[in-house]
Structures are given as C-alpha cells and as structure tokens.
Design a protein around this ligand. Structure first.
Ligand code: SAH
Length: 203
C-alpha cells in the first residue's frame, strides 16, 4: 500500500470520544501515523510481523499495521472508552486487531508478553506527568527487539540517555504533529509540534 493510500484510510478513523488530559490522550494524526508505519514497513518491520501498539488509544497504529500486512496486531490501552472506539475503527477498515485493556507494564503478568517482533507507539510525552514515556520505553524494549516511537523533538536526547546502552536509536525521522485543540487549557486551535519518530533496536 502506498503512503498516501494509507493516510487516506487512517483519516477515516474516529478520535477519542472523551479525551483525558491526565492520560495525554492526543490522537495521532493520520499523516503522522501513516509516516511511522510506512517507514517501519519499508524497513521490513511490519509485513508478516507480530506488531504491538502500546497505549493504542483509538487504535490507529494497530489498524494501520494490519493494512500493511502485519501477521497480527495487538493494541493495549487502559481506557475502555478509547478501546471501544478502536474496535469500531478496526471494523470500519475491515481489519482484525486484538485489543486488550491493560496497563502497558502488566502485559507479562496477564500472559500477553508475546513474543512480538515490533512495537509501535505514540506514548504520553510527559507534559502532564514527568517521564510518563519511560514505562513505555521499558515495556516496549522488554516485549520486542524493534521499537518505533513518536517523541517530542526536544526530548529525544533524554530518551537516548535513559536508554543507557540497552538499545540503540538507529534512525530518527523529523516530523510535525499538528495538535488540534483538545483540552480547555489549549489556547490555539492548532499548534504544530516538532516531533521525531525514533527506531530503537534492543542490544
Ligand atoms: N496512538 C493513540 C493514542 C496516543 S495517546 C491514538 O492515536 O489514538 C496515549 C495513550 O496511552 C492514551 O490512549 C492513554 O489512555 C494510554 N495510556 C497512558 N498510560 C497508559 C498505561 N500505563 N497503560 C496503558 N495505556 C496507557
């Protein structure tokens, strides 16, 4: 599937029904989700692979992975309302995704530790709770050898330091995150954030 086709398919999906600021529920824009997935696919990390979407929210990354011929996609989130939307979104695209309600740190405990080939994730950036991305990085590297994540452009060097030799960032792709006004404390209708898509490989 071409990048543009993937973008158009993902643009049809529904966003969060009642976004929670504490959980940093920002929907990943279709263009950005498509960019991450298509890049991962071009590196051989999606097609025929077991893909895990950590903090899947409305399921855009997990659904998109199936459109790019993943063997299986699993999406995990704490929020049942988001997961209900994710189920609807998978139905709309006609793809089969397994959605689980769980804390991303508990997958081993509930017997869903994989093995997975690839993690895709748009973790909380830590705007509400400092270092909220860290449990995501830890879980991702524990569950799959290859991880794609979206990070605030300014924080990737902290991510690098946090990895401390456990994994190597093999690629960084600069991208924009057009953040639509989601919460009352947002002042602008749309704010563009600079982000980076990082590919991490476990050592
Ligand atoms: N990629 C998704 C959502 C990104 S927002 C989309 O585009 O729709 C981050 C998501 O992580 C939210 O849905 C939030 O509910 C979830 N989340 C935050 N902490 C979590 C945790 N500890 N375990 C599972 N999910 C979590």
């Amino acid at each position: 599937m071409k990048l543009r086709q993937l973008e158009m398919a993902l643009e049809r999906l529904e966003g969060f029904p009642a976004p929670s600021p504490a959980l940093e529920q920002y929907r990943t824009p279709a263009v950005l989700a498509a960019r991450l997935l298509h890049h991962a696919w071009s590196r051989g990390d999606i097609e025929g692979k077991e893909v895990l979407d950590l903090g899947c929210g409305t399921g855009v990354l997990a659904c998109g992975a199936m459109l790019l011929s993943a063997r299986r996609a699993v999406g995990v989130d704490l929020d049942p309302a988001a997961l209900a939307t994710a189920e609807k979104n998978a139905g709309r695209l006609g793809v089969a995704v397994t959605f689980l309600r769980a804390d991303i740190s508990d997958l081993a405990k509930i017997g869903e530790a994989g093995p997975y080939d690839t993690v895709v994730m748009n973790p909380p950036f830590g705007a509400q709770k400092p270092h909220a991305d860290r449990p995501f990085i830890d879980a991702a590297l524990a569950l799959a050898p290859t991880v794609y994540g979206i990070f605030n452009a300014g924080s990737l060097r902290f991510v690098d330091a946090y990895l401390a030799g456990r994994a190597e960032v093999t690629e960084r792709v600069a991208a924009r995150f057009p953040l639509r006004r989601t919460f009352r404390f947002h002042r602008d209708d749309v704010r563009e954030m600079a982000v980076e898509i990082a590919r991490m490989v476990r050592r």
